[in-house]
Design a binder for this molecule. Sequence first.
Ligand code: AMP
Ligand code: MG
Length: 269
Amino acid sequence: MSSLTEPHRIDPGHQADLAGRPSREDGGLAKSDATKQLRKLIKRLDALQELMYAESKHSLLVVFQAMDAGGKDSTIRNVLGPLNPQGVRVASFKQPSTLERAHDFLWRIHQQCPGGGHIGIFNRSHYEDVLVVRVKNLVEPAIWKRRFEHINAFEKLLTDEGTVIVKFFLHISRKYQRKRLQRRLDRPDKHWKFDPSDLAERAHWDAYQQAFEEALTRCSTPWAPWYVVPAERRWYRNLIVAKVLVDTLESLKMQYPEPKIDPATIQID
Ligand code: AMP
Ligand code: MG
């Protein structure tokens, strides 16, 4: 892994230490250089996705979690939006439906996991079941407490079966969230995004940070690491996400499949 992204990964077995990590960072880079780098990384990512599709051995699951207004939608649009839509699918997890609630918490998640050759993007995820569910007391503590182990085992299963998993927590400060929520009030084209319940969630800021701290600490594993991405400079956020994804796919050493034909023997008239 590169020296740019490595500091943002939570080493398995180590404390996430969200309070000690920056939410605003530039990595010593100028915005114009980072933007150029990002453009190249996205091209590379697109080529790697095609290679992954051709090889069809692996799939990639990318999980995004953040506080409200943390930039999940914008990261997905900017970093993964330019890829071939045939190879990418986004799943957004909202409050579970009655049917979903009648099953275990991973039931709806498993159905959205990417098949061979595909990239699956989770806008929120199974982690909501140890975050909002914990903060809002939606189930007994004994139930959410045992879910960390279930999550790690589930992610291990996916990995063993060929899915590579990377998880991003887009890290922002409480002050920055205020600014981004205010923007939704100030701009008529953003009013639709303002959800009054975001203010109720914001009131639980500390409880959410504590829930994230425990989830990220307990579920950053060698097979499915968590990255804490400083998300207040959006160009830096996009660069880190793109770089982690490219490095992750490069590390698979994928190959185009052996051709089933000998092109030298074929003539098209
Ligand atoms: P948004 O992503 O802003 O459209 O909001 C989706 C909402 O669904 C958020 O408030 C999430 O916390 C909530 N949500 C997602 N998953 C769950 C879950 N498993 N249980 C309860 N609420 C959830
Ligand atoms: Mg919302």
